[in-house]
Design a protein around this ligand. Structure first.
Ligand code: MSP
Length: 471
């Protein structure tokens, strides 16, 4: 049986979950549910990234012990995932003792192999990214993602011999043995490999206390990215040794462009050093802009996942986010767009269609015999888009069916008919189309899909409460 192991990034606990985290996690959930629906053995991992300078600093600002601080924000992520009906198989936290022990074991192996050596790092560091920066990475001296000046650092540390893996990784990326999509993201990484080349990277911090101590020198803590990457393995109960188990390698790491470079350099280099297979694919989705601007607290345009769920409900929120932009590209969102789409696609679209058809069927006491096999062409077209990770396209395919049903209904006007047989002949194919599409909708809108499928999978269909009250 085919297996499918998918991950989201593990999110920093320096701030509450926002719509960007929500977006990646819903997308991963839809994909995991799609693969489960197809009968594949599927494992879906998400979680929180809890160590490092940034979180140490935030906890201090809040006057809290870092562990207590991490506990509370990690809990907020978990709660948000419940509100959004995210069905992860495991939620990993990097402060779990088993994760910490595995990280120590793995780093010790890399040290014993000679891939980690004592050195010194002198250069720039962006605490927002928790990443070492070159002048080239900055815009007017500032980190382009965080708009802050990186700190000048100079400290004794342990370095990871990443440069040793330059040639092997370049080959694997170029040949798609280690796939990076979309294509322009792969090209961006290839040109990084060709022009800047892999440099050794500092893997420990002497001045950061909130981290996993290096087993051979406890005066250093582990660089937070080295710690974080290994969660993709410890989430599978890996113990830090040379056996990673049957779920590994990951079939898909989902993320956005802010963390592509580290995922395409440090992470696979660590795996090569540990003698473990590389993930099959990194897929990079776009960034959200709010009405054309970067989402930021100071602009006051932040949209929180909580507000969305309160206003539209869980399934509608999932739909609105997944259909908002082309998956894999940046896109614009905003309240006005959400309201319009909610009314057009959900309240007046799917909701109204289901209610009209079920009303007519009940009123005319019509019994239906469905073809239980569904619509092969539709299933294939939809599945093809899902396998290509064109999530918004897959939804468009389903909505084209709903719209066609609406048009049929309006054109044939069965409410004007008097012959029961004629009414049945008109409504049967429409009801069948609704049922087929509703089944395929389940990865995106699990509750709504189940409701419609239950309602339409009966001989005698009953009318229903509105699925989406108009806003
Ligand atoms: N902790 C690291 C990841 C470690 S993975 C081994 C981290 N965390 S993060 O909290 O900053 O999450 C970054 C990810 O959140 C992005 O890659 C993306 O998946 C998601 N997003 C955050 N903001 C986003 C937008 N504005 N738009 C879309 N997705 C965004 O980096």
């Amino acid at each position: 049986m085919k297996k499918f192991y998918i991950t989201t990034p593990i999110y920093y606990v320096n701030a509450q979950p926002h719509i960007g985290h929500t977006y990646t996690t819903i997308a991963a959930d839809c994909l995991a549910r799609f693969h489960k629906m197809n009968g594949e053995k599927t494992f879906f991992l998400t979680g929180t990234d809890e160590h490092g300078a940034k979180i140490e600093e935030k906890a201090k600002e809040a006057g809290m012990d870092p562990q207590k601080f991490a506990d509370s924000v990690s809990e907020a992520f978990k709660k948000s995932w419940v509100d959004l009906n995210i069905a992860q198989d495991r939620f990993i936290r990097t402060t779990e003792p088993a994760h910490e022990a595995a990280v120590q074991k793995a780093l010790q192996a890399m040290y014993d192999k000679g891939d980690i050596y004592k050195g010194e790092y002198s250069g720039l560091y962006c605490r927002g990214c928790e990443q070492y920066k070159n002048e080239k990475d900055l815009a007017d001296g500032l980190c382009p993602d965080h708009k802050t000046a990186p700190e000048q650092m100079s400290e004794e540390c342990y370095m990871f011999k990443m440069s040793a893996y330059q040639d092997e990784l370049l080959k694997k990326i170029a040949s798609d043995e280690f796939k990076i999509r979309p294509e322009e993201r792969k090209n961006e990484i290839l040109s990084f490999y060709k022009n800047e080349k892999l440099q050794d990277v500092s893997f420990s911090r002497k001045n950061v206390k909130w981290g996993i101590p290096l087993p051979w020198d406890v005066s250093h803590t582990t660089y937070v990215w080295a710690d974080a990457f290994l969660s993709y393995l410890t989430g599978l109960d890996w113990d830090g040794g040379s056996e990673a188990g049957d779920w590994w390698p990951a079939n898909l790491h989902l993320m956005s462009k802010d963390i592509l470079r580290v995922h395409a350099t440090i992470w696979p280099a660590m795996l090569l050093s540990l003698g473990l297979p590389l993930p099959e694919e990194l897929f990079i989705h776009g960034f959200f802009l709010i009405d054309g601007q970067k989402m930021s607290k100071s602009l006051g345009n932040v949209i929180s996942p909580d507000e969305l769920v309160k206003k539209y409900g869980t399934d509608a929120t999932r739909y609105l986010l997944m259909s908002a932009t082309v998956f894999g590209h940046d896109g614009d969102i905003g309240w006005e767009k959400f309201n319009e789409k909610f009314n057009a696609d959900l309240a007046n679209g799917l909701g109204n269609l289901v209610s009209r058809v079920s009303n007519l069927l009940e009123k005319n006491e019509i019994e239906l015999d469905f073809n239980p096999n569904g619509d092969k062409d539709l299933t294939e077209a939809y599945g093809g888009r899902m396998n290509e990770l064109a999530l918004d396209d897959a939804l468009k395919i389903l909505w084209a069916v709903f719209r066609k049903c609406d048009e049929e209904l309006t054109k044939k006007a069965p409410w004007k008919m008097t012959e029961k047989d004629e009414i049945k002949k008109t409504l049967l194919p429409i009801a069948q189309d609704i049922l087929n599409s509703a089944k395929l909708l389940s990865p995106f809108m699990p509750t709504i899909s189940e409701k419609i499928v239950k309602q339409f999978n009966a001989k005698q269909i009953k009318k229903s409460e509105p699925l989406f009250p108009r806003i």
